[in-house]
Write a protein that binds this ligand. Structure first.
Ligand SMILES: [Ca+2]
Length: 388
């Protein structure tokens, strides 16, 4: 469903198929272009536009985007529960507008012909992503996102994007605030998850409480920053680990914060007070209720209960929307964990109990020291103990 008062549908492509799913609130529009086109949906002018419950599907047959927005910063576009997939150019081009994207997926774009800047998203305006997945996009630079403007990413997953040159997940040449977000499976020559070209005046990076793991690059599998200096801020409370090509390639002489970096060999002037050379003990990479995926933390992870000062802006929830901070190590202090996931010992115990038996069970937290058989009953010998 598309509504609003902006100019819509100004594409020069041919709309081949429009189907409304029976009994579903979601609509799919499929596009096959017969010539080079800017986009399937073209937004111009200063009006506000809302698009929701819509799938835009290209055919990778030329360099067209799913949506292009160029009405200026006063023009607002809201995308809610939208999927943009299989377009040959960047799935979403925000040339200079103010765009907010919520609960949406941008995937498998950027695969046609001469590769674009920004396979999933090319942003030159003001863009905010909430609970979004940017996955499996392809570009020359900025596999998932190429950001020249102001970009904020919250509670999202940037995964499996590929860039020939820099920035497998995100190429940053503007301003970036990222919180409670996971980068994984992204690949590039420099900066597998994130490459920051810090030469741009006024550019900055605020990366907070995010997990960058299992990305790949020739250098800086997690993060690469070049050149050094300027307003080099980095952010804090992140996990940057298990990336191929080193976790960070940067001179961090002017950087503070607190981060866990498993492989710091690529860091020039490593900041004091960070956690180095420790395995964060990441668990499964999974999602709840279709939300963007996140890595769990295993019990005894060094990322659990690290700090009372979370930094950043919105720090009451982890990537899954669970409250933080929680007391993850049972010492009576609720401290923030590093990364996008807040470890919940109660949930872990519940899962462990559920896996104990397929039969009905009961739990006794104080069995009075009884040592005889109790069948499927799970018991502990001290009041208040968890059953494990
Ligand atoms: Ca905690």
């Amino acid at each position: 469903m598309i509504f609003g008062v902006g100019e819509e549908g100004g594409s020069s492509g041919d709309e081949q198929d429009e189907s409304h799913g029976a009994g579903s609130a979601s609509t799919t529009l499929s596009f096959i272009f017969d010539s080079t086109s800017l986009s399937a949906i073209f937004l111009q002018g200063s009006a506000a536009t809302v698009i929701q419950d819509l799938t835009l599907q290209g055919a990778n047959t030329n360099q067209a985007s799913g949506i292009a927005a160029l009405g200026g910063l006063q023009a607002t576009l809201i995308l809610n529960s939208v999927r943009i997939t299989n377009f040959g150019y960047a799935g979403l081009q925000n040339v200079n507008a103010t765009v907010t994207v919520t609960s949406s997926t941008i995937d498998h774009n950027g695969l046609y012909g001469s590769l674009p800047l920004g396979g999933g998203i090319l942003n030159g305006g003001a863009l905010t992503l909430n609970r979004c997945t940017v996955a499996d996009n392809f570009a020359s630079t900025g596999g998932g996102i190429y950001n020249l403007g102001h970009l904020e990413v919250y509670l999202s997953s940037i995964e499996n994007n590929y860039s020939v040159f820099d920035g497998g997940g995100i190429e940053l040449e503007g301003q970036l605030i990222t919180e409670d977000t996971t980068f994984t499976g992204n690949s590039a020559d420099r900066g597998g998850a994130l490459f920051w070209d810090a030469s741009t005046a006024g550019a900055y990076l605020e990366l907070n409480r995010s997990t960058l793991a299992f990305n790949d690059a020739s250098t800086g599998g997690g993060v690469a920053i070049s050149p050094t200096g300027g307003t080099n801020k980095m952010g804090g409370e992140n996990i940057i680990a298990n990336n191929t090509g080193g976790d960070i390639d940067a001179d961090l002489s002017s950087v503070g914060g607190l981060n866990l970096v498993k492989d710091p060999t690529g860091i020039t002037n490593p900041p004091s007070g960070w956690i180095y050379n420790q395995d964060p003990m990441l668990g499964t990479y999974s999602s709840i209720d279709g939300l963007p995926k996140a890595f769990a933390l295993l019990p005894d992870s060094p990322a659990i209960d690290v700090t009372a000062d979370p930094g950043g802006f919105f720090n009451a929830l982890d990537q899954r929307g669970f409250p933080r901070p929680l007391d993850g190590n049972g010492d009576g202090q609720a401290l923030y964990d590093l990364g996008a996931f807040e470890f919940d010992p109660w949930q872990t115990e519940a899962l462990t109990v559920a896996q104990k038996s397929s039969d009905a069970y009961s739990i006794i937290t104080d069995d009075g020291g009884y040592s005889g058989s109790m069948g499927n009953w799970l018991h502990s010998n001290a009041a208040g103990d968890f059953v494990t």
